[in-house]
Design a protein around this ligand. Sequence first.
Ligand code: GLN
Length: 234
Amino acid sequence: MKTLKIGHLYPKLLNIYGDIGNIIALKKRCEWRGIEVIVDEINQVDSICEHDLYFMGGGQDLQQIEVSKDLQKHKEFLINERDRGAVFLGICGGYQLFGHYYQPREGEKLSGISLLDAYTVAGNKRFIGNVTVETNMVTPKTLVGFENHSGLTYLNGDTKPIGTVITGNGNNGADKTEGARYKNVFGTYLHGSFLPKNPQFADFLIELALGEKLPPLGDKTETLCHNSLVNKSY
Ligand code: GLN
């Protein structure tokens, strides 16, 4: 039996808006296919072992300060994990710390770990609401969720968006980009949770992590949920 090893980064600090639902979706979509899943909760530890997929959820500025400091000791290891092809998914605050830095409205700049060539600065308003994104990465080509962030994220170099904002604000409310990808590192502002509402993206990440195609699941309920949210603005 295949096994998927997931490293859940800082679940005690970064799990705002039920982002744990992404771990649950990955776990169930593997188990429904007879794939064993091991989830390691990685909070403030001295060292991390290799995993197929790493997940980091969202959080408020206060929790991000703690995570930013602790993450620095794992920066080199996680960059090596990225370069050997491990999959990463960061949601909102977790996404921001996958970049070079996050500058909150007040206080010091928070260092990220530069898995993505991106940076974030807090804006003057909070983006809150439903988001619909059009993407070429998966089929169906829509991604849905909700956003709640003041951070404005900008991408550089080979770090490209995961899609174009149809409804909502996305990375910064100006350039119509949402999320980011470099190698197998993905970030998005979509809470929801993101993967239960976008099962095609969950399977995309699992296939990348396992290095093999998955047999389809029915997804009737998930598809009804997804389609009910496409272009929903509030
Ligand atoms: N604290 C960050 C911001 O406000 C991230 C918020 C979040 O993770 N939802 O932009």
